[in-house]
Design a protein around this ligand. Structure first.
Ligand code: NDP
Length: 405
């Protein structure tokens, strides 16, 4: 049916490439391009062995817009799936505009110099995409991504009005390393060391970072995996959902962290290893966090011995026919099963599968519009069905438990 160019051959890129290759009737031609072509070649060999399909590979520096535009024009895809790093978002959007092709990503733009997360710089592209008749879909992983869609699905089918949303992201898996991050270490550590923000009545409330003794956390009893300490954290989908879900009074995001992870991170922060400014080392500028990334396990390789599960979902409270109700919609994903299927752990899997499904929605014309969209602005039904079909089945139950006020 269509051609897709996937940019970024890390943990998530591997999953997107494998999943697209499993569906030749939608993804007729696939190209995987990244800064380091040997990673693309390794994934190409795995896909050939698993599915018998040949994918194309290429080397590209996505920060160099003319280089990426030339590659896009040569391969001529309908869509570019950006699973490189958030630093590349604006450059890849620029290249898509210049080459006249649609765009999808899984994480909002970040400047390398400031660990600040907000959609404003990507939302500023709305007019340009609209004028060019092109579509950009932002944040189409699990969270952001499926977590957004659970809200729009609930609003369409289960509620007349949504008032409270709590997104809970639990990783109850074990990779066997004393300390590792489940996606790009630099991006992950920037995200979890920042001040926490959530929304109440349209206003942003700021609370201490997860490493602070005053951080807000509670024990939540997750389906199948049981109780785990869950920390209030800022996550980018809060911003778009607060803007797009009318009637919302409060939205928060929680993530589980083990005591050991927090202790390692606290020490790294205290000794300056999480700094993102350059320090002089023997006449060279070194960014401590970038150096730390080199020393930590590559998240793309964690899958080999990963056991346990992720449980990610939304608890949504609102009104239906004048009555208040709460539902919990969630997915459970197994690290070892994900690894058996596509050679990646569940955090990469739960990000890559929604990115593939978003690409499918766009290639099939189910999502077809001009402009820049967060995925809760698009129809959820076919996507929700596809989650069940392509590896991320979800459950929906009445929620009768208690959350912190
Ligand atoms: P990785 O670091 O494993 O992979 C990133 C890939 O992008 C690497 O192959 C890297 O190349 C490549 N890359 C980096 N810079 C460039 C560039 N300038 N040009 C071309 N390629 C480049 O990260 P992950 O796979 O773990 O994460 C990918 C994305 O997914 C990130 O944006 C992350 O924030 C997002 N994510 C989203 C989630 C969600 O639920 N929404 C959850 C988890 C991740 P090289 O090999 O040379 O370093």
């Amino acid at each position: 049916m269509g051609r897709v160019l996937i940019v970024g051959a890390g943990g998530v890129g591997r999953v997107v490439a494998h999943k697209c290759a499993q569906i030749p009737e939608v993804f007729a031609e696939i190209m995987l391009a990244s800064r380091n072509v040997s990673k693309c070649e390794e994934i190409k060999r795995e896909i050939k062995a698993k599915t018998g399909r040949e994918i194309k590979v290429a080397e590209v520096d996505a920060d160099a817009v003319p280089e990426l535009v030339a590659l896009i024009k040569k391969f001529n895809p309908e869509l570019v799936v950006n699973v490189a790093l958030p630093y590349q978002d604006l450059k890849i959007m620029d290249a898509c505009l210049e080459a006249g092709v649609n765009y999808l990503d899984t994480a909002n733009y970040e400047s390398p110099d400031v660990a600040h997360f907000e959609y404003s710089q990507q939302w500023a592209y709305r007019d340009k995409f609209r004028r060019n008749g092109l579509m950009a879909v932002l944040g189409c992983g699990f969270d952001p991504g499926v977590s957004n869609l659970f809200c729009s699905y609930a609003l369409k089918h289960l509620f007349d009005e949504i008032n409270y949303v709590d997104i809970l992201d639990c990783n109850a898996g074990s990779h066997g390393y004393p300390f590792a991050t489940n996606f790009n270490p630099e991006i992950n550590i920037r995200e979890v060391t920042q001040a926490v923000r959530y929304w109440v009545d349209g206003k942003v409330i700021e609370t201490p970072p997860i490493l602070d003794p005053k951080s807000i956390h509670f024990s939540f009893d997750y389906p199948v995996v049981g109780p785990m300490e869950s920390y209030l954290l800022y996550h980018e989908e809060l911003e778009s959902l607060a803007a797009n879900i009318k009637g919302l009074k409060r939205i928060r995001f929680w993530m589980t962290f083990s005591e050991s992870y927090l202790t390692h991170l606290r020490v790294l922060r205290n000794i300056g290893m999480t700094r993102i400014d350059g320090v002089d080392y023997e006449g060279k500028k070194v960014v401590p966090l970038k150096f730390l990334k080199l020393l930590l396990p590559d998240p793309a390789t964690l899958g080999t011995n990963y056991t346990g599960k992720t449980v990610i979902g939304d608890i949504i409270t609102g009104l239906k026919d004048g009555k208040r109700k709460s539902v919990y919609i969630y997915n459970i994903c197994d690290h070892a099963e994900s690894f058996r299927e596509v050679g990646a752990q569940a955090v990469s899997y739960t990000t890559g599968v929604p990115a593939m499904i978003g690409a499918m929605m766009m290639l099939k014309g189910i999502w077809k519009d001009a402009g820049v969209f967060n995925i809760e602005q698009l129809d959820p039904d076919a996507f929700m069905e596809a989650l069940n079909r392509y590896g991320l089945p979800w459950q929906q139950v009445e929620f009768t438990g208690k959350l912190p006020d």
